[in-house]
Design a protein around this ligand. Structure first.
Ligand code: NAG
Ligand code: NAG
Length: 300
């Protein structure tokens, strides 16, 4: 009796009993099931998902629960060779009317030409904050960690632990901040032929399909999941205050993560001088010669 009770609690509280939370505890297939491939097991610590794209469909997965604050990351190995026209993504988005979103989008390229990593931030429905960079390594040769550190003061876009972008809380400038809407995690690979590579002039070469991107090391353990409401998990004020206080008690919501460290400032300057391809903050024509107010703050 005792044993079966214990087993029951272990099943319902996987983490409490020390078992590894696996991919299927946190994620589900979003679309393109026929191009979705899972392998490995949580116990072996080698879970892997391959997302494929062919002429019929791309594929993707999504978290079961939304999160509010935390460090959320995964490792990704991008489509190798000629990946022109493909877009591989890892992003977070709310399901609310006041849309919020944080994006990593990897724009494929012809063999030997560099990928572009595009990031974007939507707060209360306003996006158009694209930044594009080249990476300092070949993202198709190996897995690299892409993550978001998100607390009440700032949102860091990180690649292998290095900050490539920051979005500060600039509510004092009238810019809405992402501090009350939990967001789901999404991934996908899709056909961006009309847009992605060299301004859409190089479409996908379907003779090379299926294009495959691989994902591993799904990390949501240092983040506040909103699980108490039924789907679609609209957060109640109680959920928001629970995640707020969880952030206050966690490393990701405390010093030194509430402001940029000197190393992070140096990393951002290094990115800005070596890897920027496009930055909305310098696209003056687009903004009618008025720099968006947060730009003054988000580049150190
Ligand atoms: C693809 O390669 C070309 C040539 O090096 C480069 O100009 C472009 O920025 C690269 N990336 C994309 C997504 O077009
Ligand atoms: C751009 O700014 C000028 C001067 O402030 C204004 O007259 C014009 O209507 C603006 N154009 C757009 C497209 O917002």
């Amino acid at each position: 009796m005792k044993n079966s009770l214990l087993a029951f609690f272990c099943v319902s509280l996987l983490l409490a009993c020390g078992a590894q939370a696996g991919f299927w505890d946190s994620y589900e297939v979003l679309f393109g099931q026929q191009n979705f491939q899972y392998s490995g097991s949580p116990d072996q610590g080698n879970e892997n998902v391959q997302l494929g794209l062919d002429q019929l469909t791309g594929s993707g997965f999504k978290s079961k629960y939304p999160y509010l604050f935390g460090y959320l990351s995964m490792k990704i190995k991008l489509v190798g060779g000629n990946s022109a026209g493909t877009v591989t993504s890892f992003y977070m988005a709310s399901v609310y009317e006041k849309w919020s979103e944080l994006d990593f989008e990897f724009l494929g390229n012809t063999s030997g030409a560099p990928y572009i990593l595009q990031t974007n931030v939507f707060s209360e429905g306003v996006g158009q904050r694209e930044q594009r960079i080249y990476l300092w390594f070949d993202p198709t040769a190996d897995y690299h960690e892409y993550g978001v550190l998100w607390n009440k003061n700032l949102i860091l876009f990180m690649v292998d632990g290095k900050v490539i972008r920051v979005f500060h809380n600039t509510q004092y400038l009238g810019i809405p901040y992402l501090n009350y809407q939990p967001m789901f995690i999404y991934t996908s690979i899709w056909d961006g032929s009309t847009w992605a590579t060299c301004g859409g002039t190089v479409p996908a070469d379907w003779s090379l399909a299926p294009f495959k991107a691989s994902y591993s090391n799904f990390n949501t353990k240092d983040a506040c999941a909103v699980t108490t409401e039924p789907p679609p998990y609209y957060a109640t004020p109680e959920d928001v205050s629970l995640c707020s206080s969880q952030a206050d008690q966690s490393w990701y919501g405390n010093d030194p993560n509430l402001a940029l460290t000197q190393t992070q400032i140096d990393d951002l300057r290094w990115i800005k001088s070596n890897y920027i391809v496009y930055d909305y903050c310098t696209d003056l024509e687009r903004y009618n010669w008025t720099v968006p107010p947060e730009c003054a703050v988000n580049w150190p």
